[in-house]
Design a protein around this ligand. Structure first.
Ligand SMILES: [Zn+2]
Length: 588
């Protein structure tokens, strides 16, 4: 998301905004020492555990873990989209939004939004006037209140109903075409336009601000296709939007989870039954963009699928998209309905309570993944393990390091009857006899060497994070590129950013690294001031270079060459190290 706005702009925005001012306008803050305290606006509490640091320009709740910068606060508290929060702060700070953001936000679309709203009202009026459509809604068990909440409507059974109403001037027709409400006739003798949605129950799709950006249309009774959506338009991008999300947020600001179902009717029925946290994707699989949006609202998501083949296939696609986002603190679950049911019919048959109980039994992502993998593989067969590796290895690699990956390894290990660390090695390193190459071997050897040494890196990162100005102590962060160790690239990039930012601060760094770094920023700052931090940081980086840098590995290989001799891979590694040393340093 942030990719669309230059980092330099965000830096300036965060440093020009006063987080204390922004938050105290919404939450009564009390000064306590160097920080400000309040009862947390994001969870229920009696004694204040929400704190705002003016110095670091971020907030943190020790109760529920909510945290972030001023941008994050607006997103969380006001339920704003990233770009809207940025625009709001920019206006306040008297900064002009970069062109990228303006184009993204308001591509001259005010009149198109207005047109969509008028179309929605037109459909609503038609539903009220049409006995057949009204009868259908009643048969589906949707009450008037729910109908109004979702703005349900009816597109008349005619070729030019909407066209005649809103497309009088050529200019109007051009705009109707732009928002996908009409289509152009093609044919030799005919010309002109006709309505896209005819004789359909209409579901307005709203964006996060409640503006109608598209429609879903469902056939009444029989017909194909069952569902039809607005096409991609300047307002509507289906890979980004979730049906029902706006309504879910209106119903409750603090829902615990979101339930993703497949159809609009399911969403409407679930909301009516009190499950007001149901949303649906718009005729696509759940994308990572969807999930990012969801995880800005809540930490738990339950995917709900039909128990048939199509449902299982859709579930697997959702799982693959979700893997890279399976981070600590997030819950991803899978729920399958009994065959022949969809949420709509099941709620009608069982009631909402039973439905929510089913949700409690939903399978955690790692368990579902293991189940599916095991079902694919015959472990008693010689090829079983190889096949398991071929299937699970790439999935495993897509997951970020953390609890989820560990859990997956543990579960899989116990099913396969292999120790978990063996299995992880099996996945990440390849079968040495067949696929050995220098870099893999090196990774493995380093892996063993570095056991128990991870804290040096964490320490260095924490120091930069809390004392960005100390980054100046490292003259050449680029030297770190020579270290082949997870996380070093983070340190290197942080050092570079802190060194180049015009006014480096914890908040500026955090905004760029929001997810990876917030946990570290919450920890003890290790030392009190920049000078001490600079000293410690220098020591940490030197130690890192000493322990893992090319020099160290070279010494090791040279020593081994003398004592035991080197194998082919080691010789290749040594020669490449010698070459790179020649490149990066002046000959001595
Ligand atoms: Zn809290």
């Amino acid at each position: 998301m942030t990719g669309r706005i230059p980092d330099s702009f965000l830096d300036e925005l965060v440093s020009r905004s006063d987080i204390v001012e922004i938050i105290s306008a919404r939450v009564p803050l009390k000064k306590a020492g160097r920080e400000y305290k309040a009862c947390c606006p994001f969870h229920n509490e009696k004694s204040p555990s929400f704190s705002v640091s003016a110095e670091k320009q971020f907030y943190h709740c020790f109760g529920c873990g909510a945290h972030g910068t001023v941008i994050g606060f607006l997103m969380q508290y006001e339920k704003m989209e990233f770009l809207d929060a940025v625009a709001d702060l920019a206006q306040r700070a008297g900064l002009e939004l970069p062109r990228e953001a303006q184009a993204e936000r308001e591509p001259g679309t005010a009149d198109l939004h207005e047109l969509m709203l008028r179309a929605a009202r037109f459909f609503e009026q038609n539903l009220a006037d049409n006995a057949r459509a009204k009868g259908y809604v009643e048969r589906r068990g949707i009450d008037a209140k729910t109908c109004a909440k979702f703005g349900l409507g009816y597109a008349p059974d005619a070729w030019e109903a909407l066209l005649k109403r809103f497309g009088i001037q050529e200019d109007d027709r051009r705009r109707l075409l732009q928002v996908g409400l009409i289509l152009e006739r093609s044919g030799e003798k005919t010309s002109g336009y006709y309505d896209r949605f005819r004789d359909r129950l209409m579901f307005p799709i709203r964006d996060s601000r409640g503006r109608v950006i598209g429609f879903g249309g469902r056939v009444i009774d029989q017909g194909e296709p069952k569902y039809m959506n607005s096409p991609e338009t300047p307002l509507f991008h289906k890979g980004r939007e979730l049906y029902g999300l706006y309504e879910a947020r209106q119903a409750r600001a603090d829902f615990k989870r979101l339930l993703i179902v497949e159809g609009y009717m399911d969403v409407v029925r679930l909301h009516q039954a009190g499950i007001t946290y149901a949303v649906a994707t718009l005729g696509t699989a759940t994308t990572q963009e969807h999930l990012n949006k969801i995880f800005r609202q809540t930490h738990e998501v339950v995917f709900c699928f039909d128990g048939d083949r199509a449902g299982l296939k859709a579930a697997w696609r959702a799982l693959e998209n979700a893997l890279p986002l399976a981070q600590d603190g997030r819950e991803l679950k899978f729920m399958f309905l009994p065959e022949g049911h969809d949420p709509d019919t099941l709620i009608a048959a069982e009631g909402p309570e039973a439905f929510e109980n089913r949700m409690k039994d939903a399978l955690p992502l790692s368990e579902y993944l293991v189940q599916q993998l095991i079902a694919e593989v015959d472990l008693d067969h010689v090829d079983g393990r190889a096949k398991l590796k071929a299937l699970a290895g790439p999935l495993f690699a897509r997951m970020p390091e953390g609890i989820y990956r560990e859990m997956l390894a543990d579960r899989l290990a116990s099913r396969v009857g292999m120790p978990a660390n063996k299995l992880k090695e099996f996945f990440t390193t390849g079968d040495a006899r067949r696929t050995a190459n220098t870099s893999e071997l090196r990774v493995r050897q380093r892996g063993r060497m570095s056991v128990g040494r991870g804290n040096l890196l964490t320490q260095a990162i924490t120091l930069v994070l809390h004392h960005p100005a100390a980054a100046g102590a490292i003259a050449d962060p680029d030297l770190l590129s020579s270290i082949d160790k997870t996380g070093v690239s983070v340190l290197k990039e942080l050092l570079e950013q802190a060194a180049t930012a015009s006014s480096p601060s914890t908040a500026v760094l955090l905004e760029r690294w929001r997810e990876r770094l917030t946990t570290l920023a919450m920890q003890d700052p290790l030392v009190a001031d920049t000078a001490a931090a600079a000293k410690e940081l220098k020591m940490a980086v030197e130690k890192l270079l000493e322990e893992y840098g090319p020099g160290r590995r070279m010494d090791e290989l040279l020593k081994k060459a003398e004592e035991l001799g080197l194998n082919y891979e080691e010789k290749a590694e040594l020669s490449s190290l010698l070459k790179s040393k020649g490149r990066s340093r002046a000959p001595s």
